[in-house]
Design a binder for this molecule. Structure first.
Ligand SMILES: [Zn+2]
Length: 173
């Protein structure tokens, strides 16, 4: 049985990045719950740090994850830089480069580049949710919210994006 902990970045009062009235927190919840739905139909258990537009601290997200043992922890985000300047998808893993996390991150990057996103590669970072989780942890930046082309790719391919991520998780579990 594959057990996953999903984390939809930001939420509630914390909107994350905002561009032309578009909230990162909404996009994160939208795409992440699509992946969760697909995985549940495949028999996976998916626990979520939030299921609606709620404000949740990073500490609460970690406490939630630390209560159970999971095959993976995935945090869903969208990137931002300077309006219409940067494009593409990148996935972060913790500095220790956990092998399982690295393999899944590479797989997800490859699948998403097939949909049309620029592949910015797998990167390491010391983000709080990567540092303090027990499970192999990934933080996916699903395109730049301040880039019109990335938003178009995101909006027109939500089902394919969700299916690709779900497929990779099952392949690598
Ligand atoms: Zn974010």
């Amino acid at each position: 049985m594959i057990r996953l902990c999903f984390d939809y970045g930001h939420g509630g009062k914390d909107t994350g990045a905002v561009y032309k009235g578009r909230y990162e927190s909404h996009d994160n919840l939208d795409i992440g719950t699509r992946v969760a739905r697909i995985l549940r139909t495949q028999g996976c258990i998916v626990d979520e740090t939030r299921t609606g537009d709620h404000t949740i601290s990073l500490w609460e997200r970690i406490r939630f994850e630390n209560r159970n043992r999971y095959d993976y922890f995935l945090s869903f985000h969208r990137n931002a830089f300077r309006p219409e300047f940067a494009r593409g998808v990148e996935t972060y893993i913790y500095l220790t480069r956990n092998k399982k996390a690295l393999n899944l991150a590479k797989g997800i990057q490859k699948e998403l580049s097939r949909i049309g996103f620029v592949n910015r590669g797998v990167k390491t970072g010391s983000f709080y949710v990567l540092r303090n989780t027990y499970a192999p942890a990934l933080l996916i930046e699903l395109g730049f919210i301040d880039n019109t082309l990335d938003n178009r790719l995101f909006d027109e391919n939500k089902d394919d994006i969700a299916k690709s991520i779900a497929k990779m998780i099952i392949n690598r579990s």
